[in-house]
Design a protein around this ligand. Structure first.
Ligand code: PNS
Length: 160
């Protein structure tokens, strides 16, 4: 059985992330979306628990996808879970350079851990959580950028 991990900050999950999840779920038998908790990133928009809940609400109906949060070394987590692939989305050459380096770091920790890079769909090539947070600040309609559960939660919190 092929089992892949799709790690990220997902603060918040964007339509670009959701596109990667859909496409990766079609490539692997099992996909675990992992919210990586980084204590160094101050004042996140959503807590790790909220991000997990919002991703779960966004992937409804995707039978082979699960969501978890983790703080620690990604390579150890993946291998301990029995996954042999890390999936990453790449939007441009800057992403590629970063992901190429991270793939080699992770494979340096566990030789059997492969990284599979999925090129971003053209429609989402310019999407990022940072850009979405900026759009929220300026009151832009959120439905263009994030899955419906995130847009609803932002409205509920009076942030969009
Ligand atoms: O969505 P992001 O913030 O671009 O995701 C980056 C992430 C979380 C995938 C990356 O920072 C990561 O893998 N962090 C976990 C800690 C770790 O294992 N670091 C060593 C790999 S370079």
């Amino acid at each position: 059985m092929s089992f892949a991990i799709y790690p990220g900050s997902f603060d918040p999950i964007t339509l670009g992330h959701l596109d990667v999840i859909r496409r990766a779920a079609a490539c692997f038998d099992r996909l675990c979306v992992c919210v990586m908790v980084n204590a160094e990133k101050k004042s996140p928009m959503f807590t790790a628990e909220e991000r997990v809940a919002l991703i779960r609400a966004s992937i409804e109906g995707m039978e082979n996808v699960e969501v978890e949060a983790y703080s620690g070394l990604l390579a150890d987590y993946a291998v301990a879970k029995g996954a042999n692939v890390l999936v990453k989305g790449v939007r441009n050459a800057t992403d590629f350079d970063q992901e190429y380096q991270m793939a080699n770091i992770n494979r340096g920790i566990h030789r059997e851990l492969e990284t599979v890079l999925l090129p971003a769909s053209v429609a989402y090539q310019h999407f990022s959580s940072t850009m979405v947070r900026e759009m929220i600040k300026y009151g832009q309609p959120m439905e263009k950028y994030v899955p419906a559960p995130v847009a609803e939660e932002l409205k509920r919190k009076g942030r969009a």
